[in-house]
Write a protein that binds this ligand. Structure first.
Ligand SMILES: [Zn+2]
Length: 135
């Protein structure tokens, strides 16, 4: 069983293209230098439409997480760990935490991006840099 492919839109296509190439790109405003996620057609701070993707380090910290058990998540053999990740660059993103024992999860745990396959693509996930996630 594989995860569902991401749903592409005009605004988020760059994000999924980058993920397929195993890059974590985040939208940035050329006018005021703000980063944000998820992608949208206009800067949330200055309303500029001069936007461009920036490649992130892929490093961050775990802000919060949950493990939805019921109903079962479609496309997952085990319940996924849904995580809020604060990237080192200052953006918070929703992703999954993988390769980590749920009992070992702690607030502010250092994490790094990894990529997992979907039916026809790839999506970013995060893993601990402490628990066997060394580079
Ligand atoms: Zn702006």
């Amino acid at each position: 069983m594989k995860r569902m492919d991401p749903v592409r839109t005009i605004d988020n296509a760059f994000f999924w293209d980058a993920a397929e190439a195993e890059r974590l790109d985040i939208q940035a405003c050329e006018a005021c230098d703000v980063l944000w996620h998820p992608p949208r057609p206009m800067c949330p701070k200055c309303h500029s439409t001069e936007l461009s993707p920036r490649t992130m380090s892929g490093k961050g910290k775990l802000y919060s997480w949950c493990m939805p058990i019921h109903p079962p998540a479609w496309g997952f053999e085990e319940p996924p760990i849904v995580a809020l990740i604060d990237l080192d660059e200052g953006v918070r993103i929703v992703s999954n935490l993988v390769g980590v024992d749920p009992e070992a999860i702690t607030n502010d745990m250092p994490v790094r991006v990894d990529f997992t396959e979907t039916a026809k693509s790839k999506v970013p996930v995060f893993t601990s840099t402490d628990a066997g996630g060394a580079e």
